[in-house]
Every structure is written in C-alpha cells, then in structure tokens.
Write a protein that binds this ligand. Sequence first.
Ligand code: NDP
Length: 378
Amino acid sequence: MKTARPGNPVSRRRFIGHLSAAAALTMLPRRSLALDTPTPKKKLGVALLGLGRYSEYELGPALRKTRHCQLTGVVTGSREKGERWAHTYGFPSKNIYSYDTMGGLAGNPDIDFVYVVTPNQLHAQHCIAAAKAGKHVICEKPMATSAADCDAILAACRSAGVRLTVGYRLHYEPHNIELCRLAREKVFGPFMKIEGANGFDMDDDARASTVWRLDKKLAGGGPLMDMGVYVIQAVCMAKVEASPIAVTAKFGPVTRPEVFSEVEESISWAMEFADGAVARCRSSYGERVSTFRAEAEHGWARFEEPAFYYDEPFLTTSLGPTNFPKVNHQVAQLDGMALELLEGRPSLAPGEMGRRDIAITDAIYAAAKSGQRVQVLS
Ligand code: NDP
C-alpha cells in the first residue's frame, strides 16, 4: 500500500489510529480542503465498485477533474462495461475486477481506495471485501441498511488497518462547511429549531432506472434511506455533530400502492436533542422538495432550495447572503478525502458518522412503526 506522500511515510495503522469513534466525530476547524492545498506528487488510485448511474454520470467524470486522486480501476459485474471504462479512462485491463475476483486487489499497487457505489444492502459485503484486500474504503450513503452491518464494516476496516469514509459529499462543500462553522462557533447561539425536507418524484422514468430503490431488501427502506439521510446529516451539522437522543415519526399516506408496496412513499420525523433543540423533517418519493432552515436565539441560517441536490446550495443567514466558491461536490469530496489520507488527518465523514446516521434511521423506522417516541441508541 503506497498511500503516503513521498518523504512522509504514514502507515495505514496510523491513519486508523486517528479515527477512534470519539476523535472521528470531534469537530475540527473546517476549510475547503481541495481548494487551498498544493497538489502532492502522487495521485491516489481509486477503483469504483459498481458502475451504475452515480458512478457513470458523477463520480467517473469527477475523477477526471480531481487533483489528488484518479480512476485507476473498477469492480463490476459486467466485463464489457469494465473494458469500456478502461478504454474511456485509460487504465489497464488488468485493473478490471469482478465482485468474485476483487480479492486480487490486494496485490495491485495502482489502487489505494475502493469506492463502493452499489445498492445499499450490498455496501457491507463490498466494503468488507475491499478492506480484506487491504484497500481504504469510501462507502456511498447510506452506509448500510442496519447498525449491525455498519459495525461489521467498521470492524473489518479496523482489523485491516484501512480508512473508512462515507460518501457524504456535502461535508466538503463550502456553504455546508460554513453551516458547520456557524454551529460550532455559536455565531447566533445554538440552533434550537430546525426544519428540513428532501425528496423527488419517483415517476415512471425514475422507476425504470432504479428498480432496487423500491426493493426493501436491497434499499433498506424508502426515501428516508435515500434522501432523508441528507436531512439527518444537515441537522447533525447544525448540532455540531451531536446525535439526537430520541425521535418520533410517522409514515405518510400511500397514494400509489402499486409502486410503494415494500418501501414507504413518504415519512416525517422529529429529532430531539439533549439541549432541547428539535428538528422537524420529512422525506418523500412523491414530491420534489429540498429545503433546510435552522434558527437560534440571535439569528438563522437557511439553504435556498434545492438544499441537497448537486447544484450549489446557497446559504443565506439573518446577516445576509453568503459568498463561497461554487464547487463540483464530487470533486471536492474525492480530493478532500484523498488529502485527508495523504496528510494523515481525520476525515470529515468517517465511518462512525455513517453508523451514527443508520442508528438514527433505525430509530425513525421503529418510531413510525410503533407510533412511540424512540430513544436513539449509539
Ligand atoms: P444504480 O442502480 O444506477 O447502480 C448500481 C450498480 O451497482 C449497478 O449498475 C451494478 O453495477 C451494481 N450492482 C451490483 N449488484 C447489484 C444488484 N443486485 N442490483 C443492482 N445493481 C447492482 O444505483 P446508483 O448509482 O444510483 O446508486 C448506487 C449507490 O450510490 C446507492 O447506495 C446510492 O444511495 C448512492 N448514491 C449517492 C448519491 C450521492 O449524491 N452521494 C447519488 C446517487 C446515488 P455493475 O453493473 O458495474 O456491477
């Protein structure tokens, strides 16, 4: 594994040593990592695992623009697709793996990171296989479909001495970084009243391109797992990465039972924090919505709609509009994660954070099913 910068050897064990659960969620001063740091000599090699829509339209193109990492391989169920990617991105055919042959990644120095971009339920097995091959892991959101699977991924990465991060692109986006700063420095006081929503209309076109999102086993749930995770993330950012102590929740009405026979069509929930703050949130596959607002005693912060899509999320506060550079979210995330690794810094989006969010989604589903207030177990 050659992941360290020349002249600055940093072992994988030391990286993971930085990532104790407590340290991983400690808020560090944030800055736009990819924008203001010189390019190291070596670009880290990334293998995308799962060549679906997010890989094809966002991550692959982003890896052409990154300064600190590049696409050097793929893991795919389709050899033909792999050959097409190798030709398009200029990496050798030897760096094409299948899900069954990815153990061979172990001897391949071209690949430092495996980026898992498969349906949610498969994240655990694919992340664990990547860790066993000795590769650092980026796992797409949601990290897994149960807290137990998150624990298994964390244990595998710990035991292999590799770094685990979650594909939370917004943690590397300047307006979101500013929201974190406002919260951390209590510029308006602690945010106490928060509202957020995220969803899209699962119309016939969307259904045709994403069958697994409606399959409970593969997706783990409906819009909460897919889109609601962003709202949970933003709420936790506004609470300086604290986890809520309890949640209440309610499933929305099923207006298209032929589509939503396994996963919820919409869901609303409230997150209660130890300091008395409350976040009221919702997520839907029946409505295009993407909003976020947080209020404190002396001011407020709001993302203009759409708050969570790939467009630039404009942050406005009670002091006026903010002015931060527009970035490609995936480029900022990939370069940010590569630099964290090269420089031996803790990640802004560690596996422990992904696990925290699955503990929250587990509690939200339990609350919606039971109609009871449910404590969030850490
Ligand atoms: P797609 O359905 O478009 O692609 C998933 C890919 O996974 C497939 O193309 C296939 O790749 C591979 N795969 C392996 N096993 C299966 C299986 N049993 N069923 C279906 N596909 C399988 O999904 P997306 O790319 O939209 O989403 C993938 C992941 O990325 C999800 O976890 C999603 O939440 C996340 N995502 C994150 C986004 C973000 O903004 N951070 C945005 C969009 C998605 P192959 O043919 O190469 O084997």
